[in-house]
Design a protein around this ligand. Structure first.
Ligand SMILES: Nc1ncnc2c1ncn2[C@@H]1O[C@H](COP(=O)(O)OP(=O)(O)O)[C@@H](O)[C@H]1O
Ligand SMILES: [Mg+2]
Length: 326
């Protein structure tokens, strides 16, 4: 099924159901009180849009429109020029935009997101919310105290913090203060890994990250994304990223390209260059695919070419015949 095809609504329009997408039904009782690891989750979204009222209040401004697709367990990247709507789409998928504004359906394993989706999914914001005056371990313990169910014992919380420290390779800096603008602390990569760890404390099956490599040097950025790749073996990771180098790009399982709030590609990351080539945009042999793609999109945006005419950027053409269906 291509993302543009209207998926079947199985249960008479009460709860939209876009086919079976995984083992679970989305309502697995994983409330904030469940601590144990959960089964894998796929996230599907259908005709998702987001608009905000303009200043005069009479009209609305469309930020994203008609985005449909599926994010399976693995590393799913959202790319596009600045202002294309990456963070907005991420927020809408993560249910962090409130009730007014978002439209369309977002499903987990084919069923509506649970009401507590914000509590059971992880979201690492672009500017880390982390306390510089606390150590790495203290920040993780703080997150555990806030986010694990009240019935969790001190030992269980400590065990969870220890596991995250091990998993993210933070053992050597666990006792170091994170640092802030007034005093130096851990490195940028360790700081980002601590932010990710604060979300991993709840063992989320869906983890969102907004531009996790921003502000990191090239080597650290690669190591952070390699870490995410490893973590994505057992969970669905959706990250927005601006212009990754090739070693990062090659780690993506799926790629979603946005331009001016519309999806222009959604499918396997390895298929994007053949797709662009088939539309008359060949990528030179030694060019970084991410740079090339953003150049094409930015040029088209600058020339005010509509998304329809650029490359017939219609998501139905973006899937090879046997991809994107389940
Ligand atoms: N609440 C809002 N009100 C008005 N414009 C907004 C609002 N939120 C986002 N935008 C605009 O929507 C566009 C997309 O924003 P964003 O999702 O942050 O893009 P990206 O993350 O790709 O840089 C930007 O031009 C931004 O200014
Ligand atoms: Mg953004």
């Amino acid at each position: 099924m291509s993302v543009n095809e209207k998926a079947p609504i199985a249960n008479h329009g009460q709860v939209p159901h876009y086919g079976s997408l995984g083992a679970g039904n989305g309502d697995d009782g994983a409330g904030p009180n469940s601590v144990g690891p959960e089964k894998e989750k796929s996230l599907t979204f259908h005709q998702v849009g987001y608009e905000v009222p303009t200043l005069c209040g009479r009209r609305t401004k469309v930020i994203i429109s008609s985005c449909s697709g599926i994010m399976r367990p693995g590393l799913n990247a959202l790319m596009g020029p600045t202002g294309s709507g990456k963070t907005t789409l991420l927020d809408v998928l993560a249910d962090r935009k409130g009730r007014r504004g978002p439209s369309g359906d977002v499903l987990i394993n084919g069923s509506r997101r649970p009401k507590n989706f914000k509590c059971v999914s992880g979201y690492v914001v672009q500017d880390d919310l982390i306390m510089g005056s606390l150590s790495v371990r203290e920040n993780l313990a703080f997150s555990a105290a806030l986010r694990l169910p009240s019935g969790t014992t001190w030992n269980q919380r400590k065990e969870r913090v220890d596991r995250v420290i091990q998993e993210l390779g933070l053992v050597s800096c666990a006792g170091t203060k994170v640092g802030n603008e007034f005093f130096r602390g851990v490195s940028g990569g360790e700081r980002k890994r601590t932010s990710i760890g604060m979300e991993l404390i709840i063992q989320p099956q869906v983890l969102f990250l907004d531009e996790p490599t921003t502000g990191l040097d090239a080597f650290t950025a690669v190591s952070v994304v390699k870490l995410l790749k490893r973590l994505s073996e057992s969970r669905t990771i959706i990250l927005s990223i601006h212009q990754p180098r090739y070693s990062i790009f090659s780690l993506f399982s799926s790629l979603t390209l946005l331009s001016r709030g519309s999806m222009v590609y959604h499918g396997p990351a390895q298929q994007v260059l053949p797709y662009f080539e088939s539309l008359g945009f060949p990528c030179a042999e030694h060019e970084n695919p991410a740079d090339f793609i953003l150049d094409v999109l930015t040029t088209c945006e600058k020339k005010s070419i509509s998304n329809d005419t650029i490359v017939a950027m219609d998501t139905s053409r973006l899937h090879p015949p046997n991809q994107g269906s389940k």
